[in-house]
Design a protein around this ligand. Sequence first.
Ligand code: NAD
Ligand code: DAU
Length: 333
Amino acid sequence: MRVLVTGGAGFIGSHFAKRLLRSGDDVVVLDKLTYSGNPANLEGTEVELVVGDICDPRAVERTAKGCEAIVNFAAETHVDRSILGATDFGRTEFVGTQTLLELVRKTEARYVQVSTDEVYGDLETGGSSRESDPLCPSSPYSVAKAAGDLHIPAYVRTFGIQACITRGSNTYGPNQYPEKLIPLFATNALDGKPLPLYGDGKQIRDWLYVEDHCAGIEAVLRRGRSGEIYNIGGGQEVENIEVAERIIELTGADPLLLQHVDDRPGHDRRYSLSCEKATRELGWEPVVPFTEGLAQTVAWYDESRPWWEPIKSGEHYQAYYERQYADRLGNVE
Ligand code: NAD
Ligand code: DAU
């Protein structure tokens, strides 16, 4: 099957594209190459990379030609950045998702929207979110994700397209941009720099190894029922302070590097997913224990300085701005 993976030069999308290749599928990636999109993530693979924006109908139509499925990972993904300014978050989720669905309407392509547990909001007082729970997003990032999600049932109902939504929990693994908790703390610890822990560090996230997340999305792509939402969670809820302490232990860094800093505004205390539906209907379950996945991930960052040093030094960022100003977006004729 030929599959269009949008946002496939980013963290999870690039792992997913490589997974499909291993299954014998043919993959084309459409990616705007924002600061977090990195062609190095696809280097040495057979993936065809087209630089373009999912909000651009022409780029979408030309890149999707001949594709039997579209899996949409393209998004602005960092909550802290959404607090500084959310325009691109809303544009990519609302206009971009709609642009992809307008194309899907005119084809037989199957569609998967990759979403997040954050759309259910904060579960500080306990319990786990189910797919039927109401949307209750609390950051500009999660509002944008929820807005993207809202298109899917409407297009299934109105136009009879074949589409599903996945809602994944906090994902970690190799190739994650070092602004998110685990890669930021791992690379800072390796460099002997401070680990800035927000507030009391007692916030809880449900950690999911990237290959487990991709296996869940693949199961939904191949066997998900159209119109359905599937939660894809790691089932491993850990406080941020414990994540930080484990990284310090794995890297042998000085424990004094761990520093409490001001909390994130509006910070959600806890997310938790019930994934009973994905297990029952699709036979999917996460298999990588957090301790094992974290050790592998920290080891990868330790061995992969050529991947992350240009990002942290600003060299990668410089290339991103040069691309923007050179107006090279959309190399699709
Ligand atoms: P990422 O930031 O590493 O990758 C996002 C990719 O999308 C980048 O390559 C970027 O260049 C591209 N992109 C952004 N705007 C675009 C646009 N308008 N057109 C085309 N490409 C565009 O993020 P990630 O962690 O790999 O997340 C991928 C998806 O998974 C996102 O939709 C995110 O919301 C979702 N998700 C992430 C997590 C997580 O913990 N990382 C968990 C659940 C869901
Ligand atoms: O839950 C899924 C979501 O997980 C995805 O949809 C998002 O794209 C992804 O970014 C992630 O969001 P979080 O805000 O949970 O991830 P982040 O890695 O930014 O932060 C994880 C926790 O660690 C959160 O409670 C904030 C805290 N944190 C984060 C950073 C970057 C710190 O304490 N210090 C930090 O420097």
